[in-house]
Every structure is written in structure tokens, then in C-alpha cells.
Design a protein around this ligand. Structure first.
Ligand SMILES: [Cu+2]
Length: 127
């Protein structure tokens, strides 16, 4: 009689454990592999993007004679204005618009956006 109870207890335990395991399996989310988000489109050589209130890449290095194109990918207008005030000055670049400049001399040119004080960049021009 006591043996039978132990056997029943084992069987009960077995079914209980099986139920718990199957429940937890069905309750868990299916193992779907979410692909990582696609990387942002690569910036073409000679291009600087404006997004999130910053110039990128910066510093940006090109050789003398290479046209640098800044494109406004942000949701607000910007400018590309050299800190010396004379090397280049884009004026207002609307959203989606761009500005190009071809350096003729080597040097390191710091520039900024006239509208956003913290928005600065560096263009390095080499021979
Ligand atoms: Cu700006």
C-alpha cells in the first residue's frame, strides 16, 4: 500500500514536471532571429553629411583639388561657414540641399554652422 502511494507520487510528479516544461516552452516567444538594422547608407568619397546637428565625418580629409560636398540630411537648415569667414561660406543650406567647395590650398580649415553654435567641423586639405 505504501509502495503504491510512492509510485503514484512519482507518476504525479512526472506528469506535473512534464506539464510545467511543456507550458514554459509554449509560453516562451518563438526563437525568431531578428536581423540587425541595415547600416546607414555609406557617404560617398568627398561627401560630408549634416545630420543630428553635426557634420560627419569630421575631421574630413581630402587632397587639394578634390571637391567636398556637404549635404543637409537633417530636418533643419544649416550653413557651412569657414571660421576665417573667407575660405568658404555656403549661405543657408535647406533640408535636402547641398553645398560644394573645392579647396585649392592645403591646410586645416575649421568651420561651423551659423545657426547652431555647437555645430562645428574640420576640413583637412593635403597636397
Ligand atoms: Cu545648423
Amino acid at each position: 500500500m505504501k509502495r503504491k502511494n510512492i509510485l503514484l507520487a512519482f507518476i504525479f510528479c512526472f506528469f506535473l514536471c512534464t506539464a510545467i516544461v511543456s507550458c514554459s516552452k509554449s509560453g516562451s516567444t518563438p526563437a525568431t532571429i531578428t536581423p540587425p538594422p541595415p547600416p546607414p547608407p555609406p557617404v560617398a568619397a568627398g561627401d560630408v553629411g549634416m545630420a543630428g546637428m553635426s557634420f560627419s565625418p569630421s575631421p574630413f580629409t581630402v587632397k587639394v583639388g578634390t571637391t567636398v560636398k556637404w549635404t543637409n540630411n537633417d530636418n533643419t537648415a544649416h550653413t557651412v561657414t569657414s571660421n576665417d569667414g573667407t575660405t568658404f561660406s555656403s549661405g543657408t543650406i535647406a533640408v535636402g540641399a547641398s553645398f560644394s567647395f573645392t579647396p585649392t590650398v592645403a591646410g586645416s580649415f575649421l568651420y561651423h554652422c551659423n545657426f547652431h553654435g555647437g555645430m562645428t567641423g574640420t576640413l583637412t586639405v593635403t597636397n
